[in-house]
Design a binder for this molecule. Structure first.
Ligand code: SF4
Ligand code: SF4
Length: 486
């Protein structure tokens, strides 16, 4: 007997293993709501920072880019206001990223998913795209009705206009990003005169399309299915983390409420679903905290508005902690009053603060103790050593000297605690090395030790570079070998 078709149940009905996700049509949230207003303020501030930062100038002297924030890929340099990061200092960037991650964890442990709800680029651009949709196509009901209706001239032009504005926003987004990698005013001029480099135009096209797709189509699906941070941030939650919560004991049993009816024997939720229709991820917070919830607070605004209209206290849906909710429910069960208590200082936040301080201190130390020059010494491996005709042993090295300042410098390089050894630069008279401004110079040196029974098979060799202008020195260790043990 053949197996039954797995897509048909015993009664012969089709089984949908993968339900099509319904499109979310968020209703425009009331501007009276404080969280909606806060979201607009945060969005305006973040977009202003994003769009205008590449045009900020920072005087670093002649022949150096004057863009305050610039990633100069052709010259392998990063500029961030007064800091100039060389590829050799990428550990500073790593430290800053670690610092940002820990700061995010600390904020999440106190305020929950505020990053997701207010500051994440996916949220900011989706908010903007939904607003454009609202301006052109109307609010939730009008959009739903139009999408379900057959094609008309009005439907075509409204859809077309929406997509054109989305593409323009996408283009501005991609354009702003590319400005961080070029001199922004020059690139803007070149773009306006159709002379921009092909690479920049290619990146802009790619970023335009990805913004258009992510904020126009994927929207909340990125947060729900694709974002790894959404998956693991609950690890930073505890009983005192603020989450969006529905006050179940106060709200249930829910039901429609007519003007003039009393509230005895029923909950305060009038089942108007205003908290559901404003939700940008399309969930019903009354079913409890769910993974797609980005803690944007729009359902809080919507429900507070409803509570104001029916004359009940606000806060049926609110930011609250698990500890508060339980304590309030217990107090209500005993007929007692309960005082809300938000605990910010607790073991979890203390250790995040300690880690932040330690990592922040290390990054600050690394930034402030940056040397204006660096030396790197590489021992030749082929051959490891050479025996000369007089019996002495020679090792060869490649020396790189980085001059991070914006003027030429001379350095002397010598051996430390090796009076019997002789060091010679190839192609340089003496031991004074000239390194142009903002450049790396590479030299070859040989070091000879006279034959001696006291000469070890391997010994540490210390080279010291001295900045002849400032007298600052740096020491680098390498090896001197007299036999090949490979
Ligand atoms: S907005 Fe408030 S009253 Fe209306 S359904 Fe949601 S929780 Fe209930
Ligand atoms: S449930 Fe509320 S807080 Fe969560 S995403 Fe929806 S509207 Fe925002």
């Amino acid at each position: 007997m053949s197996d039954p078709d797995p897509a048909i149940d015993l009664a012969g009905h089709d089984i949908q293993f993968f339900e099509k996700r319904p499109k979310v049509y968020p209703r425009d949230a009331t501007l009276k709501g404080k969280f909606r207003r806060l979201k607009w303020v945060v969005m305006a501030a973040l977009l202003a920072i994003y769009y205008f930062t590449p045009f900020l100038r920072w005087d670093r002297g002649p022949h150096v880019p004057d863009q305050a924030v610039l990633i100069d890929i052709p010259h392998s340099r990063g500029y961030f206001f007064m800091f100039e990061i060389w590829p050799q200092e990428v550990y500073v960037l790593t430290g800053l990223l670690v610092l940002a991650a820990i700061a995010l964890f600390a904020v999440t442990s106190v305020l929950g998913r505020v990053w997701c709800g207010y500051a994440c680029p996916q949220t900011v651009w989706t908010d903007l795209f939904v607003k454009v949709e609202y301006w052109i196509q109307g609010d939730r009901n009008a959009r739903m009705k139009r999408d379900a209706a057959p094609l008309t001239f009005e439907k075509v032009w409204k859809k077309l206009a929406t997509h054109v504005v989305w593409l323009v926003i996408g283009l501005m987004t991609g354009g702003a990003w590319v400005f961080y990698f070029h001199d922004a005013p020059t690139l803007l001029h070149d773009l306006l005169h159709f002379q921009a480099p092909t690479g920049a135009v290619g990146w802009m096209a790619g970023l335009t399309l990805s913004t258009y797709f992510m904020a126009g189509y994927a929207r909340e699906n990125i947060c729900t299915y694709a974002c790894p941070y959404a998956r693991f941030q609950s690890a930073m939650f505890d009983k005192d983390t603020l989450v969006i919560s529905y006050d179940r004991t106060r709200g249930e049993p829910r039901g429609k409420h007519k003007q003039g009816d009393g509230w005895e024997g029923r909950g305060h939720c009038i089942d108007c679903k205003q908290c559901v229709v404003v939700c940008p991820v399309g969930i019903d917070i009354r079913n409890g905290l769910q993974l797609p919830c980005i803690a944007c607070g729009l359902c809080v605004d919507a429900c507070n508005d409803v509570m104001d209209k029916v004359g009940l206290p606000r806060g049926l849906v609110r930011y609250d902690t698990d500890r508060n909710q339980r304590a309030r429910d217990d107090a209500r069960a005993c007929g007692k009053t309960y005082q809300e208590n938000i605990r910010i200082i607790r073991p979890r936040t203390i250790y995040y603060a300690v880690i932040l301080l330690v990592v922040g201190g290390l990054v600050l130390y690394a930034l402030l103790s940056r040397q204006p020059f660096e030396m790197h010494v590489l021992h030749d491996r082929n051959p490891l050593y050479v025996k000369l005709s007089d019996g002495s042993i020679r090792n060869n090295y490649a020396i790189k000297l980085l001059n991070k300042t914006h003027h030429d410098k001379d350095f002397s390089v010598q051996l430390v605690d090796a009076p019997q050894a002789q060091m010679k630069f190839v192609g340089v008279d003496g031991n004074i090395i000239h390194v142009p401004a903002d450049a790396v110079s590479q030299f070859r040196v040989s070091v000879d030790f006279p034959a001696s029974p006291l000469l070890q098979a391997r010994r540490t060799l210390v080279l010291m570079a001295t900045d002849l202008e400032t007298g600052k020195t740096t020491n680098v260790e390498s090896l001197f070998v007299t036999e090949d043990k490979r």
